[in-house]
Design a protein around this ligand. Structure first.
Ligand SMILES: *[C@@H]1O[C@H](CO)[C@@H](O)[C@H](O)[C@H]1NC(C)=O
Ligand SMILES: *[C@@H]1O[C@H](CO)[C@@H](O)[C@H](O)[C@H]1NC(C)=O
Ligand SMILES: *[C@@H]1O[C@H](CO)[C@@H](O)[C@H](O)[C@H]1NC(C)=O
Ligand SMILES: *[C@@H]1O[C@H](CO)[C@@H](O)[C@H](O)[C@H]1NC(C)=O
Ligand SMILES: *[C@@H]1O[C@H](CO)[C@@H](O)[C@H](O)[C@H]1NC(C)=O
Ligand SMILES: *[C@@H]1O[C@H](CO)[C@@H](O)[C@H](O)[C@H]1NC(C)=O
Ligand SMILES: *[C@@H]1O[C@H](CO)[C@@H](O)[C@H](O)[C@H]1NC(C)=O
Ligand SMILES: *[C@@H]1O[C@H](CO)[C@@H](O)[C@H](O)[C@H]1NC(C)=O
Ligand SMILES: *[C@@H]1O[C@H](CO)[C@@H](O)[C@H](O)[C@H]1NC(C)=O
Ligand SMILES: *[C@@H]1O[C@H](CO)[C@@H](O)[C@H](O)[C@H]1NC(C)=O
Ligand SMILES: *[C@@H]1O[C@H](CO)[C@@H](O)[C@H](O)[C@H]1NC(C)=O
Ligand SMILES: *[C@@H]1O[C@H](CO)[C@@H](O)[C@H](O)[C@H]1NC(C)=O
Length: 501
């Protein structure tokens, strides 16, 4: 338990792990739906629990509200109420996303106390709900000294990867820590290469004699965020328990489990989960999930299903009276909106809450929005939600790829048709991935987003290194006009006469 000195090296296999955030056991799925429900039958279902909003089918709370395997439990005995996966009270859910059937949970973490007479430590995790798995590309982060860490898929017993972390003297460590990355000095990382329903992490203490610095480990901290924000702080190695919230979040995706493949599932229409216009995808570990085809968005599990194109302009006008168009002092112009059906596309739906103010969900990240410049085509953002100190953080955005599941970070955001300026806190948007000539072509006229007669189409591009990528198009009022190009009559003459009282 000391941190110096040479120790007689006894090889012993022992399991000694403290499980912090990972329950085991299997729950849920007892009385979920096995058919596609109508919107009317879901109308009574709660759509929020505490801070979590927008809970939609196949996820649901209470009988008749969820697809088998997608039950959530709202514990309203705490303030605010807490949402849990399945009928557990152990795996808290921070966010759900119906379009890709993913839940965000606090990072899975383990606190491992070392004992000098023990050389190998194994910890393991199993999804608390059948059918949920941690996402491909999840990061294993190990903070500790003189250790080799190995990550195994417990279902297949295959090793996904391994890394080594060494500790040097504090002067050197602090210098390395300033650089931030976890590349083997004080911490190291391994990326998962597949989705895993259960995993095992094995820590092997390195031969002390071969470690130049004699600093020994008395503990190790292990986390499995999908994307790690962690930057080494030397004090974390000895004294501090790292707050998992500063490390990141874990993501689990859900799979329909009654059938092993899309083929077999679609043969029984009575229990097939995907709505007629949705795609079915085989999941990596068996089972299937539904997704909306390219160019459409919506809920692939219930009506109205996947919707394509920009909604009819009349909706923007008729909805005008019902839709809330501000959040605090910030106005929310169409195509953005707060409530369901008040934004042009689901991507443009924002959240307004007393706790967080105005926010936008992009993929699996949530951002604070300070202002919307509808005619200029960007949102002014002030940071990421749930991050401890956003100013130190690399700006990145989780995104969902075309196949509905492949996700990336940072530059990959382009797939979501939003782009973040690297040095300015601006999030640029494109309405659709089309060039202006295509968008204005006769056959696309019905879904053309620029509704004001005095508006025009602008191509949105993004620069990555020396490459320029076509992101799509957006709308802008014509020269001499300003206002909102997305609504009929939205652009008005810039030159206004002085008002005389
Ligand atoms: C929780 O799930 C288990 C297993 O499916 C079931 O037996 C139990 O009744 C459920 N409990 C509640 C409160 O729904
Ligand atoms: C919690 O939820 C139950 C069932 O929905 C309800 O009966 C109860 O009044 C709620 N309690 C609180 C404190 O909101
Ligand atoms: C983690 O383990 C260390 C001992 O190795 C202990 O001092 C600390 O309190 C533990 N932290 C948590 C959060 O359990
Ligand atoms: C270390 O492990 C040995 C063998 O299991 C045990 O006897 C001893 O009490 C442990 N020491 C500490 C400090 O936990
Ligand atoms: C750490 O190592 C460096 C390089 O070997 C050495 O110059 C420095 O004095 C050492 N610092 C301490 C506190 O041991
Ligand atoms: C996991 O992600 C990596 C990197 O994107 C990809 O190469 C690999 O094929 C994925 N694995 C599976 C099983 O989808
Ligand atoms: C490291 O952690 C300690 C204790 O939490 C804190 O006081 C210190 O500012 C941190 N150092 C850096 C460089 O963040
Ligand atoms: C799903 O897997 C089955 C069996 O491996 C295969 O025949 C089928 O084409 C796959 N379907 C899709 C949509 O990938
Ligand atoms: C709204 O603006 C007024 C005046 O600029 C300011 O005093 C107030 O604090 C703002 N309210 C919010 C919620 O930002
Ligand atoms: C917000 O955006 C509007 C429209 O572009 C602009 O007029 C206004 O000055 C902006 N407000 C702030 C605080 O940036
Ligand atoms: C937009 O579509 C073009 C052509 O289909 C494609 O090459 C490009 O990668 C797409 N861009 C994004 C951001 O998806
Ligand atoms: C763009 O940059 C890459 C790598 O920096 C380089 O290999 C390539 O030649 C450059 N392309 C052009 C057109 O300058």
């Amino acid at each position: 338990m000391t941190s110096t000195g040479v120790v007689a090296f006894v090889l012993m296999m022992r399991v000694a792990a403290v499980l912090l955030a990972a329950p085991s056991g299997v729950a849920g799925g007892s009385d979920g739906l096995l058919h596609i429900p109508s919107s009317e039958s879901l109308a009574h279902c709660p759509s929020s629990c505490g801070d979590v909003e927008g809970i939609t089918y196949p996820f649901g709370i209470g009988p008749g509200c969820f697809r088998q395997g997608f039950e959530l439990t709202c514990d309203n005995t705490s303030e605010p109420s807490k949402l849990f996966l399945g009928n557990t009270t152990t795996t808290q859910v921070l966010l759900t996303d119906t379009e890709i059937t993913v839940v965000k949970i606090p990072t899975i973490g383990f606190n491992i106390t070392m004992n000098q007479s023990i050389n190998t430590y194994t910890t393991s995790w199993e999804s608390p709900v059948k059918g949920f798995a941690i996402l491909n590309r999840t990061t294993l982060l190990v903070v500790g000294c003189a250790l080799k860490a190995e990550l195994f898929d417990a279902d297949t017993n295959e090793m996904t990867g391994s890394c080594v972390t060494l500790c040097l003297n504090d002067t050197i460590m602090e210098k390395k820590a300033a650089a931030g990355a976890c590349v083997g000095i004080g911490c190291c990382t391994v990326r998962a290469t597949r989705d895993m329903r259960s995993f095992r992490v094995r820590l092997v203490c390195l031969d002390k004699a071969s470690v130049s610095d004699r600093r020994l480990q008395s503990r190790a901290q292990v986390f499995l965020p999908w994307y790690s924000y962690y930057r080494l702080n030397v004090t974390d190695l000895s004294s501090n328990w790292i707050d998992g919230r500063s490390v990141g979040n874990t993501y689990l995706y859900g799979t329909i489990m009654e059938q092993q493949t899309c083929q077999s599932a679609s043969m029984n229409q009575a229990t097939y989960a995907c709505i007629a216009n949705a795609n079915c995808m085989n999941a990596t570990n068996g089972g299937y999930y539904c997704s909306c085809p390219d160019g459409t968005s919506g809920n692939p599990y219930t009506s109205p299903g996947c919707i394509s194109g920009f909604p009819d302009s009349s909706r923007a006008t008729t909805q005008k009276a019902i839709c809330k168009r501000s959040c605090g002092n910030t106005s929310i112009p169409f195509p953005f909106g707060l409530e369901k059906d008040c934004s042009a596309l689901k991507r443009f739906q924002l959240d307004c809450s007393p706790q967080n103010g105005l926010t936008i969900h992009q993929g699996l990240s949530q951002w604070h929005v300070a202002n919307i410049s509808v005619n200029e085509g960007y949102l002014t953002i002030t940071g990421m939600l749930n991050s401890q100190n956003s100013s130190n953080q690399a700006l990145g955005m989780a995104y969902i790829g075309a196949d509905g599941r492949q996700m990336g970070f940072g530059d990959d955001v382009l797939d979501y048709l939003f782009d973040i300026g690297q040095y300015e806190m601006k999030m640029w948007w494109a309405v659709f991935n089309m060039t202006c000539p295509t968008a204005t072509a006769t056959q696309n006229r019905a879904t053309y987003a620029c509704r004001s007669n005095s508006s025009s189409c602008i191509d949105v591009t993004s620069s990555r290194g020396n490459m320029t990528i076509q992101l799509g198009y957006r709308c802008k009022c014509k020269e001499g006009f300003e206002g909102n190009p997305y609504i009929p009559g939205g652009c008005t003459g810039k030159i206004t006469l002085p008002i005389h009282n």
